[in-house]
Each structure stands twice: as structure tokens, then as C-alpha cells.
Design a protein around this ligand. Structure first.
Ligand code: AMP
Ligand code: GLY
Length: 442
């Protein structure tokens, strides 16, 4: 019998479901586990690991079951130091150490790193006292971006166009303590103008590979209106970042950041998510994340054909250079992921609504996938809604227009009470492609 490698995926969202499907696409026989996983992952053959008390207990389980590779999806285990725990036990795990995960876990750390190593980002100051922050604010004026330094589930950055809004944000952080310990340090920074892109860098700390660049759609409503969510859809590659811009991002941001982390004794292994604002002055870092983005991953991974097991293991072992370009193919074309959310999200929403059409959406086209994020099974084994973001539908095709069309055709097949989605995922890319064509000399 062929030797089976065993893999544990940590996390339970659409991102983790996409990681699972990507791992299973290679010819390598894999035995997959997830913690805590979701019912969609379970249906795709993942065994769900029983609840553990902490990461050390999960490491016990990994040891006992001789898991070859662990892939971490979300930021919290990384910031808490799961990689250090696994490394001490000699277990192979994909993700940055606790020290390296500070790049997301502490915005103060990330901003100071960028300042020290001259990596382009918005000018800023860090504060721990409200009075000093207000003094700075009255000198600087609005617009300004107020950010809590610690993890805040994507809700920690407030773009304030007026002084009143900035003061309210400050009151939230310092007086109401709405962000708890995450708000102990506050970053005030200049508001950048431009369009955003998500640049994913797979790295062993020295060697790296850049994945197709994606654009997220953070706001709940079409046209980027309404409150921010975890992300309502994504597409890749984004024409916003052309070849020349990507080279600038690599030389001005990616390479200096990896070097800086090594200099700070925090060599970065894993996935470095560079949130980039493309401004008139060039690319600038809006944020770093220490993990794959959700939902960008669902639009990026289907475009890359490789043995993901080997790539993740090589990053973890510091030998990404050995992968070369053999077995790493970026498909031509585009991928679009549309998120279906529960009514009310990102505010309060109801759960437990029956979901129909999942199989038809997934299986009626070979270039379309469905990723679960907030689903559960009812006692009869039927899928019901169980989260704000419920499922994502991804499609890939030669043209962006076709990918959008096929994704939305899948979206139409799925139904549940209160189904909410944006109708303009990828539209920014289409508009840019159209403009570029018109501008081309005839
Ligand atoms: P962050 O928590 O740093 O990822 O920020 C969340 C979102 O806030 C970003 O994706 C941007 O849309 C917005 N944002 C953050 N910082 C800035 C900035 N300096 N200028 C403009 N928008 C920003
Ligand atoms: N989609 C944004 C994030 O994953 O942080």
C-alpha cells in the first residue's frame, strides 16, 4: 500500500475548507484531520478531532497519532504560540512562531518594524494614554485612522474622517474599554488613499513565493458601502497589481520585511499576508497578517496547482528553495469567490436556517467549489446555517467575466432564509480590465 501522509488543519472557516480542498487536489495520498473543522470539511473526508483543553493537549494528540504536518488557519493559535509548542515537540507545523506572529498580533510592533527598516506605510504614533493621544489628534486633525494594537477580529481599525469620529473611537477604546486588553496600545495613523490588494507570500523566512494577488470586498453592501465584515468575497488575480507593481511590492516590502524579521530574531515561516494600499506614491502596507486571508484564500488557491503538502512542509522546514518551479503552476485565468451570509451580519443574525442547493452548486460544474464557513448539521443530517458567513462559492475560468458569471450561477442554486450576498464581487477588476483595453493604442 502506498504511504499515506497525515495532515491536521486547525480552524473552521471557508479558508480552512479551501486549504483542505487544495491539499486534496494533489496526487499525494493524504489522511486529513481538522480541529475544530466544519461539517463541509467532514463531508470531504476530514476526521474531526475531539475538543482539547489547550494547544499542548493538541500537541499530545498530534504526537500520539503521528501527524506529519499541521497547517494553522487562524491568527489566534499563532499569536498564542502554537508553533513554538509544536516545534519543541519536533512536530512539523506550518505557520510563524509567537515572536514572528507579532506582525499581526501587535500593530505597534508591526508599525515600529516598518519604521525601523523603512518599509513604506502610513506615518503613525503609538499611544498608551488617552490624553497624549488626544493631544496628538488635535495637532494632526482629521482624517485619521485609529487602531487598537492587539487582535480585534478585524474590527480594530476605525477610519475617522472627522475629529468627532476620532474622539468617539478613542472613548470606545480608552473609556468603554470595548476592545479590552487589545486596546492597551493605540496606533494613530495617516489615512491612505488608493485601492487595496491582498498579497500572500509563502515563505520559509528567506525564500518566498508570491501567490496570485487578490482583492477582498470588506463592506457588507455593494459599492463598498456599509459596515465592514470579515470579507464578502474576493477575486484573483487583481489587475490593480500589474507585473511592475508586484515587483515593487516584492522589492520594497516583501524582501525587506523578511530580512527585518530575521534581524529581529523572529525569522518568519508560514504565510505572510501583506495588506497593501496602492497609492499614487506607490505601494504602502496597511496591515500585515500572520496567516491566509478569508475569503481571499478561496479565490487564490484554486489558481495554483502544486503539491501543497510539500510546499507547506518545505516552508516549515526552511527549504522552500528546493521546491523550485517544478510542481508549481499558476493557472491562467481568474477565480472569484462570493460569500453568502446570514441576514443581519455583521450585526446580530439568526442561525439554524435550512440550506438547500449545496450539492447542485458544487457538482454541476467542474470549475466551481463550495466552501463551508458557518454551517452545522441538524439531527437529520441536513445542512443548516450556523454563522454570519455561511458558505462561499468559488469559480474559475479563462476570463474574469466568465468566472463571475459561473460563481453567481452557483450562488443562485443555494438558498436559505435571509441569504445575503454582494452582487458586485469582481466588478472593480472588470472595470479596470475594460479601461486598460480602451487605453491600449489601436
Ligand atoms: P487593519 O485592521 O489595519 O487591517 O485595517 C482594516 C481596514 O481599515 C483596512 O483593510 C483598510 O480598509 C482600512 N485602513 C486601515 N488603515 C488604513 C489607512 N492608514 N488608511 C486608509 N484605510 C485604512
Ligand atoms: N479578508 C481579510 C482577512 O482575512 O483579514
Amino acid at each position: 500500500m502506498e504511504f499515506m501522509n497525515t495532515v491536521l488543519i486547525i480552524g473552521s472557516g471557508g479558508r480552512e475548507h479551501a486549504l483542505l480542498k487544495a491539499l486534496l487536489r494533489s496526487d499525494r495520498p493524504l489522511c486529513m484531520y481538522a480541529y475544530p473543522g466544519n461539517p463541509g470539511m467532514e463531508r470531504d473526508g476530514c476526521t474531526i478531532v475531539d475538543k482539547v483543553a489547550d494547544w499542548a493537549e493538541l500537541a499530545d494528540w498530534v504526537e500520539a497519532n503521528e501527524i506529519d504536518l499541521t497547517v494553522v488557519g487562524p491568527e489566534i493559535p499563532l499569536v498564542e504560540g502554537i508553533v513554538d509548542i509544536f516545534n519543541r515537540r519536533g512536530r512539523c507545523i506550518f505557520g510563524p512562531t509567537k515572536a514572528a506572529a507579532r506582525i499581526e498580533g501587535s500593530k505597534a510592533f508591526a508599525k515600529n518594524l516598518m519604521k525601523k527598516y523603512e518599509i513604506p506605510t502610513a506615518p503613525f504614533e503609538v499611544f498608551t494614554e488617552k490624553k497624549k493621544a488626544l493631544d496628538y489628534l488635535s495637532r494632526r486633525g482629521a482624517p485619521v485612522v485609529v487602531k487598537v494594537s492587539g487582535l480585534a477580529a478585524g474590527k480594530g481599525a476605525m477610519v475617522c474622517d472627522t475629529m468627532a469620529a476620532a474622539k468617539e473611537a478613542m472613548a470606545d477604546i480608552f473609556d468603554k474599554k470595548s476592545f479590552g486588553e487589545a486596546g492597551a496600545q493605540v496606533v494613530l495613523e495617516e489615512k491612505l488613499t488608493g485601492e487595496e490588494a491582498s498579497v500572500f507570500v509563502l515563505t520559509d523566512g528567506r525564500n518566498y513565493k508570491v501567490l496570485p494577488v487578490a482583492q477582498d470586498h470588506k463592506a457588507i453592501f455593494d459599492g463598498d458601502r456599509g459596515p465592514n465584515t470579515g470579507g464578502m468575497g474576493a477575486y484573483a488575480p487583481a489587475p490593480l497589481v500589474d507585473h511592475a507593481m508586484l515587483k515593487r511590492i516584492e522589492s520594497e516590502i516583501v524582501v525587506p520585511t523578511l530580512r527585518a524579521m530575521e534581524q529581529e530574531n523572529a525569522r518568519y515561516r508560514g504565510l505572510l499576508y501583506c495588506g497593501i494600499m496602492v497609492t499614487d506614491e506607490g505601494p504602502k502596507v496597511v496591515e500585515f497578517n500572520c496567516r491566509f486571508g478569508d475569503p481571499e484564500t478561496q479565490a487564490v488557491l484554486p489558481l495554483v496547482e502544486c503539491d501543497w503538502y510539500e510546499v507547506f512542509a518545505a516552508c516549515a522546514a526552511g527549504r522552500l528553495d528546493e521546491i523550485g518551479d517544478i510542481g508549481w503552476t499558476v493557472r491562467p485565468g481568474y477565480c472569484v469567490d462570493v460569500v453568502l451570509a446570514s441576514k443581519g451580519y455583521p450585526g446580530a443574525y439568526e442561525k439554524g436556517k435550512m440550506i438547500s442547493g449545496l450539492d447542485e452548486a458544487e457538482h454541476s460544474k467542474s470549475n466551481r467549489d463550495v466552501y463551508h464557513s458557518g454551517t452545522a448539521l441538524d439531527p437529520e443530517g441536513r445542512f443548516i446555517t450556523n454563522g454570519g458567513r455561511v458558505v462561499g462559492v468559488s469559480a474559475w475560468a479563462e476570463t474574469l467575466a466568465d468566472a463571475i458569471g459561473i460563481a453567481y450561477e452557483g450562488v443562485a442554486k443555494i438558498d436559505f432564509q435571509g441569504k445575503t450576498f454582494r452582487k458586485d464581487i469582481g466588478a472593480k477588476g472588470l472595470a479596470r480590465l475594460k479601461k486598460a483595453k480602451i487605453q491600449q493604442p489601436v
